[in-house]
Design a protein around this ligand. Structure first.
Ligand code: IPE
Ligand code: IPE
Ligand code: MG
Length: 266
């Protein structure tokens, strides 16, 4: 029997075909214990393209399609925050042609999708040194953030020119400046203080981190914030990542015991 959650989900007309497998997974999800914040390292676009003998840029394009469906599902599930690693501070090392293709895709995605995102109450935000992005990308991002700023649904947080170490360096610099000016007492600095100086000051730490494509590393993503995040790794390449995979990750997450260093029966 379908639970209310599934009925609700279908009733909203996700626009996504619901397979029997998806239905079974959705029915087994406890809506009261959904991850509040999901973070995704969307990796494997290049390998996806290579497998097909296609240029890497087409892999990135297929990756955008996957993202679109995952955003839709997160909205349907009423997930509050989705942070997607789209471009790292190290990705500038790639050939200029690929960097340009990625930036162009970002602009295209934001321009094409903003109306649909707004219609779905999605609010766009970003983390990272976005001021170093090419002007067209900065402009498109600003447009999307502004247009969606009053939406109260899913927060789609794009990590763009993001590096966990760069984020910590900026936070330390800012704190040091304020200490120097006598605004902050070094002895009063605690974990909450540090959190307030990070790009993610407005966001709770991720509950669930997904990395696609089979690599077992965090590649400079959310170094501070992932301290107690549950990891879900899959060999599936990002362009092949489907709602079914996200549903699987959520079901797995709900079967974990998060202890945060404590013990369960005390
Ligand atoms: C992820 O896919 C997208 C970005 C890093 C921008 P990759 O481009 O890293 O794909 P692989 O890892 O080479 O397969
Ligand atoms: C991480 O993937 C960055 C993004 C997904 C944007 P990479 O492909 O850049 O990571 P490495 O180089 O394999 O560690
Ligand atoms: Mg990669």
């Amino acid at each position: 029997m379908l639970n209310n959650f599934l009925k609700l989900w279908r009733g909203k007309g996700s626009g996504l075909p619901v397979t029997a497998d998806e239905e079974a997974l959705i029915a087994s999800i406890d809506p009261a214990r959904l991850p509040k914040h999901i973070a995704i390292i969307m990796d494997g676009n290049g390998r996806w393209a290579k497998k097909r003998g296609l240029p890497r840029a087409l892999g990135h394009r297929a990756g955008v399609d996957a993202l679109r469906n995952i955003v839709k599902l997160c909205r349907q599930l009423e997930i509050e925050y989705l942070t997607c690693y789209a471009f790292s501070t190290e990705n500038w090392k790639r050939p200029p042609k690929e960097v340009t293709a990625l930036m162009n895709l970002l602009v295209e995605f934001l321009q094409k999708e903003i109306d649909e995102l707004c219609a779905n109450y999605v609010r766009v935000s970003s983390i990272g040194r976005t001021e170093e992005l090419p002007p067209a990308a900065q402009k498109a991002l600003q447009m999307a953030v502004n247009k969606s700023s009053n939406n109260n649904g899913l927060i789609l947080n794009l990590a763009l020119n993001y590096g966990g170490r760069a984020e910590l360096v900026e936070a330390v610099r800012q704190l040091a400046r304020e200490v120097k000016q006598g605004l902050v007492d070094p002895e009063a600095i605690d974990e909450n203080t540090i959190g307030r100086y990070l790009y993610t000051s407005e966001l709770p730490d991720p509950d669930l981190l997904i990395r696609t494509s089979g690599d077992f590393r965090i590649s400079n993503f959310l170094l501070w914030q992932l301290a107690y995040t549950e990891f879900w790794l899959t060999p599936v390449l990002w362009p092949d990542f489907k709602p079914l995979h996200l549903l699987n990750a959520i079901v797995d997450y709900q079967n974990r015991e998060r202890r945060f260093g404590g013990i369960k029966d005390f």
